[in-house]
Design a protein around this ligand. Structure first.
Ligand code: GLA
Length: 390
């Protein structure tokens, strides 16, 4: 979270940029990490993400006349972006995440009033921590402040549609739902098929989650993501020939998958096996949170990583090295890649007392092995979801 005084400085920037007048409203949407349930959301499965303290802030207020005017400090001193709220078009820059939200809302009801907004925050970009979903959700919150009537679920859905329909990235619903619906001290167990969810108390007070960034962005992520989605569709089509109609891969049981093994090419069997087994791991991990069992949770994280590496094939040498080195540090219960893969971050479940030594040892061991500079973010407990601050 940013401090009061940091936010105060942004309020001054806002006024310097857009002029004095009514005080703008302040909105916040966190980044997310996924504890477990990876590449299951678009397969109609379960996910168990939680919110970070870091996130995206937006100061926004209506203005008299078009255009809408936006500026983001996150990308470093960028110029003000303008667009006509009655005819929103794609620009190819960061503002598409904001434009997309208002374009979706315009289509569903009416165009937004002209507004001016300043975006800032403390969430690393391109890190697999959902900075784009965070910007979409904060924009949807600002839209609610400008007159749209949106529940928390609708906020998530609008943000998801902006990503899929306007930006053109075919992501699942996990990120936007996690960010919009998360609650302090809880993970979010979300069924991506029904969109039903439960807040699961995070009962691991003696541990912290350490998010470790590999120092590698997610350059391959987009193309590989589309390829995995396609492969899951192909696997499902073959499996249903053997076991009968199923809408999604996550509905297939381990026995059904085995029954269809002989008609599946090896790589499709591996993809499907990851999804089917990961689904079960999410349920087991939920029990671990409730029971406060870091040992079992740690082993589930390790199994998930192995499955993403060997069966789903979305890990990378850097993610594998960071996981492997993490597991050799004292007080680490488990570790796995989180998010889409091909770079980005791992999460390690670490005894709270062991965190300082972990943070000291990790860069020294990872840097020479991989030749990249990692960075780490400690999450003591799950943080709150998106909200209007003032
Ligand atoms: C990205 C997508 C999510 C989800 C994960 C993989 O973060 O945005 O919808 O599919 O990858 O679990």
């Amino acid at each position: 979270m940013l401090s009061e005084s940091e936010i105060g400085a942004y309020r001054e920037d806002f006024e310097a940029l857009f002029g004095a007048g009514a005080a703008p409203a302040l909105y916040f949407a966190p980044g997310r990490v996924n504890l477990i349930g990876e590449h299951t959301d678009y397969n109609g499965g379960l996910v168990l993400p939680l919110a970070m303290e870091q996130g995206t802030y937006m100061l926004a207020r209506p203005r008299e006349q078009p255009p809408a005017r936006l500026r983001s400090t996150a990308a470093g001193g960028e110029a003000v972006v303008e667009f006509d709220p009655r005819a929103i078009e794609k620009s190819g820059d960061w503002s598409d995440y904001v434009r997309g939200v208002f374009a979706v809302l315009s289509r569903a009801s009416q165009p937004p009033p002209p507004f001016e907004a300043l975006v800032f925050g403390d969430l690393p970009r391109e890190a697999g921590l959902s900075s784009s979903a965070s910007l979409e959700v904060v924009s949807a919150l600002a839209a609610a402040g400008l007159g749209y009537n949106l529940s928390r679920e609708e906020t998530a859905r609008v943000a998801w549609r902006a990503e899929n329909e306007f930006v053109g990235v075919p992501c699942g619903i996990m990120d936007q739902f996690a960010i919009a619906l998360a609650e302090d001290g809880h993970a979010l167990l979300l069924d991506c098929l029904t969109e039903k969810y439960r807040h699961i108390p995070y009962n691991l007070p003696d541990t912290a989650l350490v998010i470790g960034h590999t120092g590698v962005g997610r350059s391959l992520a987009a193309s590989a993501y589309r390829e995995r989605r396609r492969e899951c569709g192909e696997a499902l089509a073959l499996i249903t020939r053997r076991v009968g109609a199923r809408e999604h891969l996550a509905e297939v049981t381990a026995e059904e998958l085995e029954a269809a093994r002989d008609i599946l090419p090896e790589h499709l069997f591996m993809r499907a096996r990851h999804v089917v087994e990961e689904q079960r791991r999410v349920l087991e991990a939920t029990e671990c949170l409730r029971a406060g069992d870091p040992q079992k949770l740690g082993s589930l994280l390790n199994l998930s990583h192995a499955s993403l590496r060997d069966l789903y094939r979305v890990s990378s040498p850097e993610l594998d090295a960071l996981q492997d080195i993490s597991l050799r540090q004292p007080g680490v219960w488990g570790c796995r890649m989180t998010g889409a893969g091909f770079g980005g971050c791992v999460i390690a479940l670490v005894d709270r007392d062991a965190v300082p030594a972990y943070l000291e040892a990790m860069p020294e061991r990872y840097r020479p092995a991989v030749g990249r500079e990692p960075f780490f973010i400690v999450l003591d407990r799950p943080a709150m979801g998106a909200m209007r601050i003032s």
